[in-house]
Design a protein around this ligand. Structure first.
Ligand code: ADP
Ligand code: ASP
Ligand code: MG
Length: 334
């Protein structure tokens, strides 16, 4: 059964559904680049303008690209507070938090450099997501882990709409819940890599063949029976590497708010130095030892591959794109 059919059986299809899911897997297009933008990189209209500049520059060279986005900075934290309020039956508190989030997303939308008509359309789409979120918050019942993940998913679903709208007519927001199939370990779900790879290859190259730029929600997935899951905090990095692995990408870019991977947290340790080249194994150690710049599982899809693996993961700064960044590959030596 195609994953989209499973969603239809278990509630409404996520918005941003992908034509092509369920279609026969075709030969993937070579050299699809994955670019993931973190929370700060989509955290304001000014930042989203930078994202648009980076994506447009890359596309101008004719390169096929997939964009992955995190929720706007701080939004997942606010959604966690929404859940905590619901858990103690403070629904009024939850609704106030949601209304504040709506204001922030709307004001970002208004400040973007795009036609007013597009802004109106975008506001309509954001409205509909916020209505769903309020409905979810007002629903009776316990704050179970599945419900929590469903609420947390709104952060990335909102930002994907905004970034796609800013990128224009060629961009298409994609809800990763229809491609990233996971187990039901809510809050830290593990993808079924084989099924996910098949879903990705059915959906994404078809969009790219039609000239589109998929703008995919990071962080989220769904169980085979269509319940939303999240991949763990910071999990949009993992979404990007899963997609890069599934598409056989040559390059995966993790765009963040520092110049690359450092020997320590550059915001806390003034002696930390930028590491220009790393192996997957070395970067994996940093990620698993709390180096927040990459979430713990980011390198996992590449660790099992043999030394011929062609993917290179770059960590670069959205706010300083000309800096060299960190290049992570199989062959790099520390
Ligand atoms: P994003 O929202 O782009 O995913 P994160 O906040 O998750 O960004 O990760 C970037 C942050 O990681 C940096 O602002 C930095 O403070 C922190 N960080 C921790 N350890 C490291 C490290 N070893 N190298 C670079 N940044 C690090
Ligand atoms: N928005 C999620 C989080 O804050 C995922 C991410 O940012 O990568 O954990
Ligand atoms: Mg992060």
């Amino acid at each position: 059964m195609a994953i989209s059919e499973r969603f239809l059986q278990s509630g409404p299809m996520p918005s941003g559904s992908v034509e092509g899911i369920g279609a026969k897997e075709k030969e993937p297009i070579n050299n699809i680049c994955v670019m993931k933008f973190g929370g700060t990189s989509v955290g304001s209209a000014e930042a989203i303008e930078r994202v648009a500049g980076i994506v447009e520059a890359y596309r101008r060279n004719g390169n096929p690209i997939v964009v992955v986005v995190s929720a706007m900075s701080g939004v997942t934290e606010e959604l966690i507070k929404v859940c905590d309020n619901i858990a103690v039956q403070n629904n009024q508190g939850a609704i106030e938090l949601i209304n504040n989030l709506q204001e922030r997303h709307f004001s970002t939308c208004l400040q973007l450099n795009m036609p007013s008509l597009w802004k109106l359309d975008l506001q309509g789409e954001l409205n509909s997501l916020f209505d769903q979120l309020r409905e979810e918050a007002n629903r009776d019942g316990l704050m179970l882990d599945g419900r929590r993940d469903s609420i947390l998913s709104f952060g990335e679903r909102l930002s994907a709409k905004i970034v796609a709208a800013r990128l224009g007519l060629l961009a298409e927001p994609v809800d990763a819940s229809i491609i990233i199939e996971t187990n039901d370990k809510f809050g830290d779900a593990a993808p079924n890599m084989k099924r996910t790879r098949k879903n990705v290859r059915e959906a994404i190259p078809n969009l790219i063949r039609r000239g589109r730029i998929p703008v995919i929600t990071g962080f989220i997935g769904a169980t085979p029976d269509g319940r939303r899951t999240t991949l763990g905090r910071g999990g949009s990095d993992y979404t990007a590497s899963i997609l890069g692995w599934a598409l056989g990408s040559r390059e995966v870019f993790i765009w963040t708010d520092v110049d690359g991977v450092y020997s320590g947290d550059p915001r806390k340790d003034p002696t930390a130095v930028l590491i220009p080249e790393m192996s997957f194994v070395e970067a994996d150690k940093v990620a698993r030892n709390g180096g927040k710049v990459l979430c713990p599982k980011t390198l996992e899809p590449f660790l099992g591959l043999n030394g011929d693996a062609k993917t290179v993961v770059w960590v670069k700064n959205t706010f300083n794109p000309d800096s060299q960044g960190t290049r992570i590959s199989h062959s790099s030596q520390l």
